[in-house]
Ligand binder design. Structure first.
Ligand SMILES: Nc1ncnc2c1ncn2[C@@H]1O[C@H](COP(=O)(O)OP(=O)(O)OP(=O)(O)O)[C@@H](O)[C@H]1O
Ligand SMILES: [Mg+2]
Length: 248
């Protein structure tokens, strides 16, 4: 028997996908210093659907930005898929975001003069993926039929699903979504949540979803709660419900 850990290009299979140790993030200095995150310890395995809750200003977006390699922590370490982001230079961080990360925001940031398919294909091209993959990503979020529509001809929920397809076309192991349903009503919000759930279940993909909306916690595998920059709750959900069963 070979008891060495199995490895992929992204690191040892059994190591957590995301690991934060003693992470602190402060903005400003002196009297106007704000501690956005304080002493965060966190380990997230592959394939987990994690909902991050917390009041406004509790540090949710800051946490996403650190895991996304967009900002460095003030202290502590952030390791994702075997990459120590705290030791990485700009070039390595860019490559990390390109290869490992899909990011979905509250406002969809689609290019208005490109069709749904073209918006997704643009990213496929950047990472050298074939155009069929763009079509497959749109199919995966249930929008194959709308490929040739421009964003202005799509509902908010459909536009957000195009944004998810765009994040998925790179086939990243980690998807970060910051208030992806924040500007949507219940029905379109649920379609977006279902697309994120599927993205997690279909690909051993880890999803970190930030929201104010505690109802969404019912569909998570795990719920993290932030309060004043600290991790004040970390609970596993034994029986997550499908997105269609979430009410708010
Ligand atoms: N670039 C910055 N400069 C200074 N302070 C900042 C900066 N970014 C965030 N902060 C502060 O850090 C704290 C955490 O902000 P963060 O954006 O992470 O909160 P949040 O939980 O995402 O809030 P919301 O739910 O309103 O989006 C807040 O007090 C905020 O004012
Ligand atoms: Mg935020």
């Amino acid at each position: 028997m070979n008891d060495q850990p199995r490895h992929t290009a992204a690191g040892p299979v059994d190591s957590p996908l995301v690991r934060l140790d003693g992470v602190t993030k402060s903005y400003g200095s002196g009297e106007i210093e704000v501690d956005a995150l304080r002493g965060i310890e966190l380990s997230v395995p592959r394939g987990q659907f994690v909902v991050v809750l917390g009041p406004s200003g509790s540090g949710k977006t800051t946490l996403m930005n650190l895991i996304g390699g967009i900002e460095p922590p003030t202290a502590g370490s952030v390791v994702v898929a075997g990459h120590d982001l705290t030791a990485a230079d700009d070039r390595a961080l860019t490559e990390y975001r390109r290869a490992q990360l899909g990011f979905v925001f509250q406002f969809f940031n689609l290019i208005p003069t490109l069709t749904a398919l073209e918006n997704v294909a643009l990213v496929a091209e950047l990472v050298g993926a074939p155009e069929e993959q763009a079509r497959a990503a749109l199919d995966a979020v249930g929008l194959g039929e709308r490929a040739d529509h421009f964003p202005s001809a799509l509902s908010g929920g459909e536009q957000q699903r195009v944004a998810i397809a765009r994040a998925l076309v790179k086939n990243p192991p980690l998807l970060l979504a910051d208030e992806p349903t924040g500007s949507l009503d219940l029905d379109t919000g649920r379609q977006v949540l279902a697309a994120l759930h599927r993205a997690c279940r279909d690909g051993e993909r880890t999803v970190l979803l930030v929201t104010h909306n505690s109802a969404i916690a019912a569909m998570a595998d795990r719920v993290l709660r932030l309060g004043s920059g600290r991790l004040v709750g970390d609970d596993l959900v034994t029986d997550p419900v499908p997105a269609e069963a979430v009410h708010w």
